[in-house]
Design a protein around this ligand. Sequence first.
Ligand SMILES: Cc1cc2nc3c(=O)[nH]c(=O)nc-3n(C[C@H](O)[C@H](O)[C@H](O)COP(=O)(O)OP(=O)(O)OC[C@H]3O[C@@H](n4cnc5c(N)ncnc54)[C@H](O)[C@@H]3O)c2cc1C
Length: 319
Amino acid sequence: MSKVLVFAEVQGDDVKSVAYEILGKLSGQSVDVAAIGSIPAAAAEKLAKHGAENIHSIKGDKLEQYTPEGWSNALKNFIGDKGYDYVLAGSTATGKDLLPRLAGSFDAGMASEVVNFTFDGGTFAGTRPLFAGKCLAKVEITGPKPHFVTVRPNALGMPTSEDAKAGATNEATVDAGTIRAFVKEIVKGASEKLDLTEANIIVSGGRAMKNAENFKILNELADVVGATVGASRAAVDSGYAPHAMQVGQTGKTVSPSLYIACGISGAIQHLAGMRTSKVIVAINTDPDAPIFTKADYGIVGDLFEIVPLMTKEFKALLG
Ligand SMILES: Cc1cc2nc3c(=O)[nH]c(=O)nc-3n(C[C@H](O)[C@H](O)[C@H](O)COP(=O)(O)OP(=O)(O)OC[C@H]3O[C@@H](n4cnc5c(N)ncnc54)[C@H](O)[C@@H]3O)c2cc1C
């Protein structure tokens, strides 16, 4: 059995769901959860239900806002000599920035962006995509512990059963050390929707959208089915959508349960970012578009007719 710390990110009155996904794969290990700041009571209860033995809220001066130095110093001080064998976090924007820095500060090994893992006999073995998802590599970590791992959100899926543990809650006060770069201001994006990397359903538009205004029909469908809207690079480069919405090799890598590609040809660089989606639906006027070779469901037709029709039908179905 290994001693594992899962780093959770507080989001509103919960923590980001990837923490629950990770906990679901850790049954049989001794697992603690830590977050910077207060963990809402409902989230702590849920974390305990999913196997957290101890739940730590890490507090300290200058930690309200994420800074790479502050949060990694804080976690390093918290982890100290508590004897964790592994530290796991989601491969979110924060996780991708924080964990490598933390691993570096321990001079320890790390596996990034794994999409699955096992703890056979307490030893981590993971799988991660390489070459834009064309192959999967098996990864193991050697050297001094703790070892660090980031896990791609939505890759493991939410646990279907519970593994309730005590979930004792603690507050730890730590020193954030010297912070040389501060965030002075955060300008929130217009969308209140989940980030693409965490979305369970994504509706994406390509060059065929023709302009930014036409994304309205994707937003309407997204509102009905609870999706986040994405875009191809051609749509982003044409100024129809901001870069934050780009899916693909030079955009975001996503693994939703459902990916609806509207007027996207299916170039290899786009597939690199979404090929691990569980179900892919493609709408395209060209029956030979490469996206159809990866789609589970293909609709040959004009997106400007089909998307509003889907919105209407889903609205009727979902109320
Ligand atoms: C280094 C590099 C990195 C890249 N990174 C990315 C990346 O991160 N993400 C990315 O997406 N691309 C990326 N690209 C670009 C990629 O190669 C493609 O050019 C891009 O994905 C094409 O976008 P698209 O499918 O929207 O446009 P197109 O390839 O032009 O496809 C438009 C599709 O819409 C269909 N269509 C037209 N009208 C309609 C209609 N009314 N209804 C339905 N269908 C219609 C057409 O049949 C066509 O299949 C990258 C390229 C390079 C070289």
